[in-house]
Design a protein around this ligand. Sequence first.
Ligand code: GDP
Length: 140
Amino acid sequence: MRMERTLSIIKPDAVGRGLIGEVIRRLEENNLKIVALKMVCMTKAQAQGFYAVHKERPFFDSLTDFMSSGPAVVMVLEGENVIARYRELMGATNYREAAEGTIRREFATDIEKNVVHGSDAAATAAFEIAYFFNSFEIVG
Ligand code: GDP
């Protein structure tokens, strides 16, 4: 068994559309344990830092504008194999390719405005969690 933590973000599109409760309900329904949670309003610079791995991508400017366009909810999830389990629940980046029943398939409106973020590996999760939370803000 692999105990892991991952960073989840309910992106500004979803917060603006009143989907915080819906996303959290799905996390709880799927036994993805929330061990930290808060609301943030990223500046453009903070969004650029968070997505620095994508800085050469053509969509970097648009993505960081979007991520700094309004409040987002950031959470730490913890559990066995939680990185992959949460990515499965989110669905593919492009909601048109996401599996039926996934969060992105059901709620995303655009490849960019795709409702949720989830870390893709243990090393990125460690970076992303530390980007938003100090150890006192994570329970358990
Ligand atoms: P993720 O791990 O599934 O979130 O996907 P990536 O790490 O590849 O991309 C990060 C985020 O950038 C995605 O969640 C989207 O919000 C956005 N994104 C990815 N691909 C595109 C694209 O082709 N165009 C635009 N505008 N945004 C994209």
